[in-house]
Structure formats: C-alpha cells, structure tokens
Design a protein around this ligand. Sequence first.
Ligand SMILES: [Zn+2]
Length: 167
Amino acid sequence: MNNKKHYNNEKNIKFIADSMLGNIARKLRLFGFDVLYYKKGDDEGLLRNFEDRILLTCDKELYKRCFSLGRKAIFVERSENELYSLSYIFKLLKIKPILKAIRCTVCNGKLRKMDKDEINKNRNIPQNTKSKYKEFYICTNCGKVYWFGSHWKSIIKFNEDLKNTFN
Ligand SMILES: [Zn+2]
C-alpha cells in the first residue's frame, strides 16, 4: 500500500469488495465504512471505475492488475476466519476498530435514527421489541430496521476479539 498518510482520516476510506468477500464487507459496514460489492466477472468495469475506493479481493490476478495500474488494492486471503481478515485490513490501514451504527450491513445505505412516532407506526418491528428497546435506526435506502438486540452482543464480542488482536 502506498500513501499511508492519506488514510489517517478514516472518513476518507471507502472500499469495493470482491463478491467472495461478502462477510468481510458486511463486517466493515458495522464499523461505519462505505463498502460496495462488485460482481464477479466485471473486472473491466471495476478497473475503469471506483478509483476512489480501495479494492478488497481474494483474486490474486485482479489484485496484481489493480496494483500495476496504481490502484489501491488489498489482497485478502480467502479464509473462514473473518477476525483474522478484518484484523489484517485494519492493521494495514492503521485503523482502530470502532463500532458505528451508521451503515446498513445489507445494502450499504446510510442509517438514521427513528423518532417515536415512526417506531410506533413501523410494522416490521415486533410489538414486544418496540417495548423492550428505545433506540431504532432505519436504512434510508432499503428500509431495514436495526436495534441493539441480542445479536448486538455477538457483534460487541467480535469487536473485543478484534481489539485483542492489536495487543
Ligand atoms: Zn439497507
């Protein structure tokens, strides 16, 4: 990777992920990063566009092509271990893992906080969930609703494990 200084401001970091790296893309979105997918086979389109994004790929040939064109790219070893892959990417870019509920993990849309009235009217949130939790976020693109339910505990655990890989 060149120009490491460029990445000090985490807000500038945007990714485009290989379709084989869907789990990594979703995890990165939990940390607030803007991550697009590109369809496998559309390598030419990828090489012509998205120059402002760092390519994450497990395709060594594509990685080499990107790199030779001066594009920012990270070769991610295809592994079942998401923790290892995330840790590798974060260390390389000198990013500290901080969870941020600002991106939809499904579609990469931006999240915004819902107000009380909106929560009450929303039919996708179960009634008992509405009474149990106070904070809800909705994806401005696909409408998926998020809250800090039991699933969030496993995300916090993942974040802790990730932080521990920096020690
Ligand atoms: Zn969405």
